[in-house]
Design a protein around this ligand. Structure first.
Ligand code: ARG
Length: 653
């Protein structure tokens, strides 16, 4: 049973006679923040009183009068200006907790209305090395899939791989001009990545050189405008001061951009070999674009090269997914939709949904100035065209009821237009949802980069996580009272669990919309809000059973029941009863951080309980069994919750 939902539905009934629109008031029933105010608290009487023009305490009393919770709670209390406090009866907590013991779903009821939900996540652009930005989509998307599946939905995960974009033109161009045969033979992915970086670097070099003079002029102009404004404005003029502040910020941004471009130029100029190639290919960007166009037009040589490159690129991705324990149901890349694009653009034009503007074909979306381009002036189809084809495929072939895109926040505008365009096109049945997320920042609060300024590659990040975790595991094991427990193999396995789990948890635990600072020490800390802390809590519970020689299978069969006499037992039991609520809220909002928070609080609640009460040493045998059952239920909840986030556990750490 989802207790919160149950209590809310009781309020719904009580409120019905009092006002027409009950929903917003029902939503004000929440688990209370402070146990002194009971287990649940409703603060709806204040706004309702205001709406009805009545005294809120009176309204609260009337709600309580109509509220039927006698089977679950002690008599409700009205406090302060009109808060309604509810405390579950100890007997209710006891009974419901005992019901969890034989329940493999730990109190969660699967949905009665399963929907087919496509989750589009990870979706890196192959041939470019995968970086930490893709990690967020991968980790968050995977957790969302697991949570929705657990709810009972038909989830189809689809890795919408960027396997058809401009980066292939760069690689093809690089392959034709700068290939190092020997390194291609020995490590193709590495060599392709090098070629991509090289061509990209040279393209950026020329672009930077072309745009720097203009940028410098703008900076000069901005500087002199600021100088003028400083002289003219009096110190008291607030608006002028604001204006000046804005101009200074703009100047700083321009200067920063110039210095980053200058760095790109200098890096090439300082390297004789690079400089020579750069001079030799001044139009490299254009030529790489030509190679992409030729690939799309069906040029045989380029198509053969693509066929050759793609499998190696996919293999490299696969090894990352394997390490993260992630599998997709589908991995239909952009190339899959290429054959459908021309027809779609024709159809859109025929139906008058798309029209020409400046030589490009665009969909015009009501209330939007920006057109949604489906074919560029040069005839090339776009990211948007492909996404429309993908929507058609998902609706018609996969029978989607809902499509979820786990993609970073910078693409919000794209998805807003895409969803509107799809609805205009007639695909208005499914729900569309952009689950957006912020950037991973370095310690300097800028997008995480390596010291050399490159994106941080995913493989090396995972390696570092595991090697740091290994240190922690070694230290912990070496300092055990009765000497180390783990052999080499086990230590390595635990380090993998802790390292990968730590990275995933950090990603999941932050509110996905905000940027977050990547911090190794915080991420792997043994205490605090980390996977490590929760994993240790789980291992500790396993340790209790191992030490006591307890057979959990037998334990779960006993007639004995969980007692919740002591405050810490009651608090832990109540926390365990909230698992189903945490799952449902996390699913409804596509926010895995609701679940990480829940698990962290559960581990804390366990730790408080275990710190105050004996378990194995308890002499009262019924109480000992009760506490063992509580430990077991906690372990199962932590394990299940972490599994829904894609985080593994170890029985010994
Ligand atoms: N490949 C894209 C990128 O790395 C993300 C694709 C997201 N999915 C989609 N259907 N557009 O930016």
């Amino acid at each position: 049973m989802n207790l919160l939902t149950e209590i809310r539905s009781r309020f719904e009934q009580a409120l019905r006679g009092m006002t027409d629109e009950v929903e917003p008031f029902v939503a004000m029933v929440k688990p209370s923040q402070d146990p002194r105010f009971g287990d649940f608290q409703a603060n709806c009487a204040m706004p309702l009183g205001k709406k009805l023009g009545r005294n809120p305490r009176e309204v609260a009393a009337e709600i309580v009068e109509a509220l039927d919770v006698a089977d679950l709670c002690d008599p409700p209390e009205v406090a302060g200006p009109g808060f309604i406090n509810l405390r579950l009866q100890d007997a209710t907590i006891g009974k419901l907790t005992n019901d969890l013991i034989p329940d493999s779903r730990l109190g969660h009821t699967a949905t009665e209305r399963p929907r087919t939900i496509i989750v589009d996540y990870s979706s890196p652009n192959v041939a470019k090395p995968m970086h930490v930005g893709h990690l967020r989509s991968t980790v968050i998307g995977n957790a969302i899939c697991r949570i929705l599946s657990f709810q009972g939905h038909r989830v189809i995960s689809d890795n919408h791989i960027g396997d058809w974009g401009t980066q292939f033109g760069m690689i093809i161009f690089g392959y034709k001009h700068f290939l190092d045969e020997a390194s291609f033979e020995s490590d193709a992915v590495n060599e392709l990545a090098r070629l991509y970086r090289l061509v990209n670097q040279l393209s950026e070099y020329h672009e930077a050189q072309a745009s720097l003079p203009d940028l410098r002029t703008r900076i000069e102009r901005q500087r002199s405008e600021i100088a003028d404004a400083t002289q003219e404005s009096s110190a008291k003029d607030k608006a002028a001061k604001q204006q000046l502040k804005k101009k200074r910020a703009e100047l700083a941004a321009l200067e920063e951009r110039a210095s980053s471009l200058q760095m790109k130029v200098d890096t090439v100029n300082d390297n004789a070999e690079l400089k020579q190639i750069a001079d030799q290919f001044p139009d490299i960007a254009e030529r790489a674009r030509r190679e992409t166009a030729k690939l799309h037009e069906g040029d045989e040589e380029n198509r053969n090269l693509w066929d050759r490159f793609l499998p190696t690129c996919l293999e490299a991705l696969q090894s990352v997914y394997q390490r993260l324990g992630i599998e997709f149901d589908l991995a239909l890349g952009e190339s899959h939709y290429h054959p459908m694009l021309a027809e779609i653009v024709d159809e859109l034009q025929q139906k008058d949904l798309a029209g020409e503007s400046d030589g490009a074909i665009c969909i015009f979306i009501e209330g939007n100035d920006a057109p949604f381009i489906v074919r560029k002036r040069d005839g090339a189809f776009t990211y948007a065209t492909t996404d429309l084809a993908t929507i058609r495929y998902r609706c018609e072939e996969l029978k989607a009821d809902e499509i979820v895109y786990v993609v970073d926040a910078r693409q919000s505008e794209h998805f807003r237009l895409l969803f509107a365009a799809a609805r205009q096109w007639g695909y208005n049945k499914p729900g569309y949802r952009h689950v957006s997320f912020g950037t991973v920042l370095g310690p300097d609060r800028r997008p995480l980069k390596t010291r050399a300024g490159d994106n941080v590659g995913l493989e090396s990040l995972l390696d570092e996580a595991v090697s740091r975790a290994r240190q922690i595991v070694d230290d912990n094991d070496d300092s055990k009272k009765d000497g180390p427990e783990l052999d080499e193999v086990e230590r390595a396995a635990v380090a993998e669990t802790v390292g990968i789990g730590g990275i995933k948890y950090a990603d999941l635990n932050h509110n996905r919309e905000s940027d977050y600072v990547f911090d190794w020490d915080k991420m792997l800390a043994k205490t605090g809000d980390t996977a490590t802390y929760i994993q240790y809590a789980y291992a500790r519970i396993c340790g209790i059973f191992a030490k006591g020689g307890i057979d959990v299978g037998e334990l779960r069969q006993t007639d004995a029941a969980i007692q919740t006499t002591f405050a810490e037992e009651r608090a832990l039991a109540f926390q365990l009863l909230r698992f189903s609520e945490a799952v449902d809220v996390a699913a409804a909002e596509c926010r895995p951080n609701i679940l990480t928070q829940y698990l962290f609080e559960t581990a804390e609640s366990f730790s408080t309980f275990y710190g105050r009460h004996d378990v194995l040493k308890e002499s009262d045998s019924a109480l000992r069994t009760s506490r063992l059952l509580l430990c077991d239920l906690t372990g199962r909840t932590l394990q299940k919750g972490l599994a829904l986030l894609g985080i593994s556990i170890s029985e010994r750490m």
